[in-house]
Design a protein around this ligand. Structure first.
Ligand code: NAD
Length: 484
């Protein structure tokens, strides 16, 4: 028996969508402005909730969640009318006299299920797209970031149109119950395991899904001719591993691939920058997030406890269960079949795998599921080209990490095991829209050979017409030619 309240909520959302109000430009703008006001009025509350759930510093919280989302809302507000406009398309002469356009329409009532690691950003980024596209929305945040989940519920209730946008809080049980209902789109961010549950439930209603999943994101690290580039590369890797929610990020660097001859330089530089960012006692640093909960802490601890893994630790490795702190840790060549190298790490443990030649990284990556992001630090143009053409990943970034996520003009999403569908900027609007074909015919001309009764000549005319051979059509029609 399903919860009556849930059923009533979903009925209210459907009625709101059917009333047509969410399609109005003014409604969409008012909801986006509401989101902007949440982010501005409640910046401190959001930051405190992120501190409580994940130990995020205010600067990190602002950079990754508040500021990034403000940027996205502003981008949507500036471009909304252009995104909503019908797009005229070209038609072949055979369609004369006709006009056609693609008219974006909202999908209906959509469900967004989000994750805990960027609990504000990963909830609001897709919400912006869904509202800009004119949908009614259910947002289910993750129960593992409870302070953020309840703040989202409270603020969205207070600042947005509650008849058309609702936050439904809860864990997997609530998620499963929601999935029993028919939605017009499900946008899911989370694990591959739950992604499969979402997709099979959606199939019962033929509901389209976007799955933003995880995986292991490698960083291929070559060597640079100048120490400036080498140093900057290492700094950007340290940032892309430990600097975002302590490695609990879907596009964090998961592990490094490098040549044996680079190893000692690389490891020494990694240690130097880790110390520069987090000091000699990182447990006392306020600049690194904590592990989300005991379960994930134990999961990460057990990765280190596997045979031959602990002995591969060359830096860090201390853990404090009380404060859920794990020190930024470097491992060199842990066993390739250990869990740390077969499953997404999602924490501050950084394996460095050595190869004879940097070109071997291609086969290493190809032998594993498609990463959500692939990073490569190299000025070797032939390797760059080979990585682009011979590997597959949601994105590939050369000489930096993470930034591809923050650019509104680039689509964000996975491929293969890292998910499918894409969003951000206009791509979010498109994700939550259907582009309806609107074609308008005139009565000036009518090709008689499209209608029965069929004759050999009509077949020749159709053959010529469908090949856009208009001279052929003319000659056959005039009896001056018999075959197309
Ligand atoms: P998760 O799959 O456990 O949970 C995600 C969401 O699904 C939560 O809201 C949860 O309550 C809900 N849920 C759990 N079980 C459910 C069920 N049976 N039915 C319906 N809903 C259910 O994932 P997580 O622990 O929140 O996130 C970690 C994973 O997410 C990692 O693999 C990470 O890489 C991935 N991730 C991907 C992205 C991306 O943008 N691609 C971003 C963040 C995290």
């Amino acid at each position: 028996m399903l919860n009556d309240h849930l059923e009533a909520d979903l009925k209210e959302l459907r009625e709101a969508f059917n009333s047509g109000k969410t399609k109005e430009t003014s409604w969409r703008i008012s909801q986006l402005n509401g989101l902007l006001r949440i982010l501005e009025d409640r910046e401190n509350d959001i930051s405190m909730a992120l501190k409580q759930d994940l130990g995020k510093h205010h600067v990190e919280a602002y950079r990754d969640e508040i500021g990034t989302v403000v940027k996205t809302v502003n981008n949507a507000l500036v471009n909304l009318k252009q995104w909503m406009a019908a797009k005229k398309t070209r038609l072949p002469i055979a369609a004369f006299p006709s006009t056609a356009s693609l008219v974006p329409e909202p999908l209906g009532v959509v469900l967004i299920i989000s994750s805990w690691n960027f609990p504000i950003g990963l909830s609001l980024e897709p919400l912006i797209g869904a509202l800009a596209a004119g949908n009614a929305v259910v947002l289910k945040p993750s129960e593992l970031a409870p302070a953020c989940s309840s703040l989202l519920a409270e603020t969205i209730r207070d600042y947005l149109d509650n008849s058309a946008v609702k936050v439904i809080e809860g864990g997997s049980d609530k998620g499963e119950r929601l999935l029993q209902y028919k939605f017009d789109k499900i946008f899911f961010t989370g694990s591959t395991r739950v992604g499969k549950v979402v997709m099979s439930s959606a199939a019962q209603h033929l509901t389209p899904v976007t799955l933003e999943l995880g995986g292991k994101c490698p960083a291929v690290v070559g060597s640079f001719s100048s120490s400036r580039e080498n140093n900057m590369a290492v700094k950007r890797i340290v940032w892309g591993k430990f600097g975002l929610c302590a490695g609990q990020a879907c596009i964090a660097v998961d592990y490094i691939l490098t040549e044996k001859k680079n190893l000692s330089n690389l490891v020494e530089s990694l240690k130097r920058y880790i110390k520069q960012c987090y000091g000699d006692d990182p447990n006392g640093s306020h600049s690194i997030s904590k592990i989300v909960n005991k379960k994930h802490f134990s999961r990460l601890k057990s990765l280190l406890d596997e045979p031959m893994v602990k002995s591969s630790v060359v830096y860090g490795g201390s853990l404090d269960e009380e404060s859920l702190f794990i020190e930024p840790t470097i491992l060199v060549d842990p066993p390739i079949h250990a869990t740390i190298m077969t499953e997404e790490i999602f924490g501050p443990l950084l394996p460095v795998i050595t190869l004879e030649s940097i070109e071997d990284s291609i086969n290493f990556i190809r032998a594993r599921p498609n990463p959500l992001a692939l990073y490569a630090f190299t000025e070797n143009e032939s390797l760059q080209k080979r990585l682009v053409s011979e590997t597959s990943s949601g994105s590939i970034m050369f000489n930096d990490t993470i930034l591809q996520y923050a650019v509104d003009t680039l689509p964000f999403g996975g491929v293969g095991g890292s998910g499918f569908g894409r969003y951000h900027g206009k791509y979010s609007f498109d994700n939550f829209s259907h582009e309806k074909v609107v074609m308008m015919r005139g009565f000036l001309v009518d090709f008689w050979f499209r209608y029965p009764p069929w004759t050999a000549q009509k077949l020749q005319l159709l053959k010529a017409g469908l090949r856009y051979d208009y001279l052929g059509v003319l000659l056959i029609a005039l009896g001056l030619k018999s075959k197309a």
